[in-house]
Ligand binder design. Structure first.
Ligand code: SF4
Ligand code: SF4
Ligand code: SF4
Length: 161
């Protein structure tokens, strides 16, 4: 199972980097590059060593480790499909979903463009993250970020980073 994105540390990432601290990736140290990778501000291809045959195992390990980070969307939402059992709790507890379409919030009706989450093939998927309250919260930093979908999930299949 993939590690939860929020639990991956820069040290874990650095462990698989070449350790040359050469700066060829545009960052002076491998640790700095690891931090950038976790923040989605750098790509593995920017380290020239990782393209070499001798580092293929490291490259594969990094791809696997960083997979949840790569899945992260603009609202920092990560849905762990492998943990989702399709109960729909998150869908019906999301306030923008409820306010824009009761039918869509149950996952049965035609999808309204303002729906944030919906069910597809027994797994939740994001439809329009710009309707997520977390976008509004970014403009109003005094408010607590919405976490209703996270709290509604019995399987910890949703996280925001
Ligand atoms: S190019 Fe690779 S080896 Fe050099 S500092 Fe960056 S991550 Fe480390
Ligand atoms: S954080 Fe709130 S608004 Fe955003 S998807 Fe989850 S429940 Fe909906
Ligand atoms: S509440 Fe959790 S398990 Fe249920 S549909 Fe949402 S993500 Fe999947």
């Amino acid at each position: 199972m993939l590690e939860r994105a929020s639990k991956i540390s820069p040290l874990q990432v650095k462990k698989h980097l070449p350790g040359k601290n050469c700066g060829a990736c545009g960052t002076t140290t491998c640790m700095g590059f690891a931090v950038k990778l976790l923040g989605k501000k750098a790509k593995l291809e920017e380290c020239p060593y990782l393209k070499k045959a001798e580092y293929i195992q490291s490259s594969l390990a990094l791809k696997e480790l960083l997979a949840p980070v790569m899945k992260r969307k603009e609202t920092r939402l990560v849905i762990h499909e492998s943990l989702c059992n399709g109960c729909g709790n998150c869908v019906v507890n999301c306030p923008p979903n409820m306010s824009c379409s009761l039918e869509a919030s149950g996952g049965k009706g035609p999808t309204s463009r303002c729906v944030v989450l919906k069910m597809k093939n027994g797994v939740v998927e994001e439809v329009n993250l710009s309707s997520c309250r977390r976008f509004e919260d970014e403009e109003n930093s005094d408010s607590e970020p919405c976490r209703l979908c996270i709290d509604a999930c019995p399987f910890k299949a949703i996280e925001f980073l």
